[in-house]
Structure formats: structure tokens, C-alpha cells
Design a protein around this ligand. Structure first.
Ligand code: FMN
Length: 224
């Protein structure tokens, strides 16, 4: 074990807004986030790489256990690779829908109208594949463990999905199961495990979404 570094501190950059402004911003954000929906019907219109890398940079501002930042983002825009991913995802999803998913799961998915066809994987102009890193190999070859890896990667994905929506783009949180094919297609090292597959872009003209509802606040919030 190497000697721990002494903690260093810097001033927090923070300007306290007046309460009326906090209230207004909160309301505005709520209205904006109420319009966020998962989209499965994409336009092939491209999104500039710089926009996508800025969105990923926003995701990387998420907090993480012991600041280990246990994530890796792979941005896929190359059509041949997107096609390979679609083909592999559809093969797994076909097996899942037809053989692996229990009746209860299929019933839960019914209101979403999903099936094993995943056209969006090669229609959307970009796929952001998020990997969780259970450990990291340091320059000297030692393995450094991640802490609260799934919580950290999940929060980073939340930042990403929120940033995509706030930027005026749309995405889908996709988990074709199992996702091991992403390690092979994208040549990832053994410490990276596929976490989420997020197609990003613009919605197709006339895109439709399932008519589903949020639970009311009273059902999800207890104030003590
Ligand atoms: C962890 C996670 C995995 C998901 N996996 C899939 C998926 O594989 N395919 C899909 O079509 N939607 C998937 N979704 C999207 C959900 O179906 C969607 O978020 C939910 O129905 C609510 O709809 P909304 O996002 O439009 O509000 C997933 C969402 C989450 C958070």
C-alpha cells in the first residue's frame, strides 16, 4: 500500500441566489423534466461529435464513491459498428422475449409496446455505451477497487440523460440482456462491464411514446 496523500482544500465556487430565484428555477426545471421521455423512434439526423462529448463531460461531473469515477463512456457513431450492435442486441432480445423473460415481466412491458426489434440502434446517429468499472489498473499494474460502483455509474447516467434532455435531444435507456456482446464488439478490457446502452439523437417526425403516468408525489414522498 502506498502512503495516502494529504488532503488539499480549495474554496467552493458558489453564489447564493435569492430564494425567489431558487423557487423559480426549481419550477422551471420541474416543467422541463416533466417533458423528458424515453424515445424509441429516432431520426437519422446526425448530432455533432462535440455536442455529444460535451454531454458525456457533463455526465462525468457526477459524484462517485471515493471519487473513483468508475465509468467509461464509449461513443459509437460508426454505422458498421452500430449495425453490429443492433444485430447482437436483437439476437439476445429475441431469445429474451421468446424464451427467457417470465410471464410477469412480459406483462409489465406490455404497456410500453416493446419487442425484440431494436431498429433505433442503427437509426439513431449515436450510441453512448456506458461501462461500469469494478476496478482500475493503475500505471504500476496494481488494481484499484471502485466503491459504490453501480450507484456511481447510475448517477452519472442520470446526469447524462438529464443533460441530453436539457440540450433538446432525446435518448433511450436501453439494457439488452445480457450485454456481454458490447465488450466484444467494442474491444473493452475485463474490468469494464456494460451498464447501459443509450441511443441519442433527434426524434423521428411524428414519433410516438407510450401513454404512461408518473406515480403521484404522495405515493413516493414521505416528509418526516
Ligand atoms: C435501468 C433501465 C433500463 C431500461 N431498459 C430498457 C430497455 O431495455 N428497453 C426499452 O425500450 N426501455 C428501457 N428502459 C426505459 C423504460 O421503459 C422507461 O424509462 C419507462 O417506461 C418510463 O418511461 P419514460 O422514460 O418515457 O418516462 C429502461 C429504463 C431504465 C431506467
Amino acid at each position: 500500500m502506498s502512503k495516502p496523500e494529504r488532503p488539499r482544500f480549495i474554496p467552493l465556487e458558489y453564489h447564493r441566489p435569492p430564494e425567489y430565484e431558487v423557487r423559480a428555477r426549481t419550477r422551471e426545471l420541474l416543467q422541463l423534466m416533466r417533458r423528458r421521455r424515453s424515445v424509441r423512434d429516432f431520426s437519422p439526423d446526425p448530432v455533432p461529435t462535440e455536442i455529444l462529448t460535451d454531454l458525456i463531460c457533463t455526465a462525468s461531473q457526477a459524484p462517485s464513491g471515493a471519487n473513483r469515477q468508475p465509468w467509461r463512456f464509449v461513443l459509437v457513431t460508426d454505422l458498421t459498428t452500430r449495425r453490429k450492435i443492433r444485430e447482437a442486441a436483437e439476437a439476445e432480445e429475441k431469445k429474451s422475449y421468446e424464451e427467457r423473460m417470465p410471464e410477469e415481466w412480459l406483462l409489465a412491458l406490455e404497456p410500453l409496446g416493446t419487442n425484440w426489434h431494436k431498429e433505433f440502434l442503427d437509426i439513431a446517429p449515436a450510441l453512448i455505451v456506458v461501462f461500469r468499472k469494478d476496478w482500475e489498473t493503475l500505471a504500476d499494474g496494481r488494481k484499484q477497487k471502485g466503491y459504490y460502483v453501480s450507484e456511481s455509474a447510475g448517477i452519472a447516467c442520470g446526469f447524462l440523460i438529464s443533460a441530453i434532455h436539457q440540450a433538446g435531444l432525446v435518448c433511450l435507456t436501453h439494457t439488452p440482456s445480457p450485454m456481454k456482446f458490447l465488450v466484444e464488439i467494442l474491444h473493452r478490457p475485463p474490468e469494464e462491464k456494460p451498464f447501459l446502452l443509450i441511443p441519442v439523437g433527434y426524434p423521428a417526425p411524428g414519433a410516438r411514446i407510450p401513454d404512461i403516468r408518473r406515480k403521484p408525489l404522495a405515493e413516493i414522498l414521505s416528509v418526516v
